[in-house]
Design a protein around this ligand. Sequence first.
Ligand code: NAP
Length: 242
Amino acid sequence: MRLSGKVALITGGSRGIGFATAKILSENGATVIITARNQERLEKSISKIPNSMGIAADIRNSNDVKNVVNKTIEKFGRLDILVNNAGIFPKIKQLHEIDEDEWNEVLDVNLTGQFRFTKEAIPHLQKTSGSIINISSDAGIKAYQGFNADAYSASKAALILLTKCWALEYSKDKIRVNCICPGVVDTDMTKPFLKTQKDKEFMNSEHPIGRIGQPDEIGKAVLYFASDDASWTTGAVLTVDG
Ligand code: NAP
């Protein structure tokens, strides 16, 4: 098993890409800790993942984040893999239509939240020469006509550069830091854009391979970065976008 003996923490692991990732890492031998706000959904999710634990936490709250990392170490004694996956998508509006609270909310979850978890995890990853996988987005790489989710795009672009900064900063500790940029994936986040057959056909046609992605197709890329198959890969940005 590629991740035997490894302990992996996945933020936003209760559904969508995070849940699929948690399942795949667990199937490959890792002990998996997932976090999200909704306790009930966390419990449902861990019931479907062998060797897993759920800890409710709001990524916007530093004490919650510390608690997740502390409990992980108390229970399992180590941390090898951090998947910075939790994220939110704002209402589509042009920049001049959003207020500062809407802007700050997206940055707080999608960017400062990743900072909070990474900061707490680093001292433990230094001990295991662990690995961090950041889930960014195609929207962090290029602008799309009519996309109009600027705070989201800014947060995802920042995460791409932070991947490279952290990879350099912690290379002396042999911590690898890599990033995945998904295209449109079939999750709760994208449901509002896939309501009608016409919406679905449009989204499928936006991807040259002719369809949107499934969450496990991102999880498999996370598995690659988390495993020794990527032992000489750090600071990499992989688009997984059909
Ligand atoms: P999703 O289905 O909406 O799931 C989001 C996860 O994040 C949930 O587990 C949610 O749980 C958690 N979360 C949200 N706000 C949180 C908070 N304040 N504190 C803690 N956890 C929080 O999203 P997804 O589509 O799987 O997306 C996962 C990641 O992939 C995100 O970073 C997203 O930006 C990125 N991405 C997605 C797509 C796509 O097409 N789906 C494309 C590119 C990139 P709770 O609500 O219970 O907290």
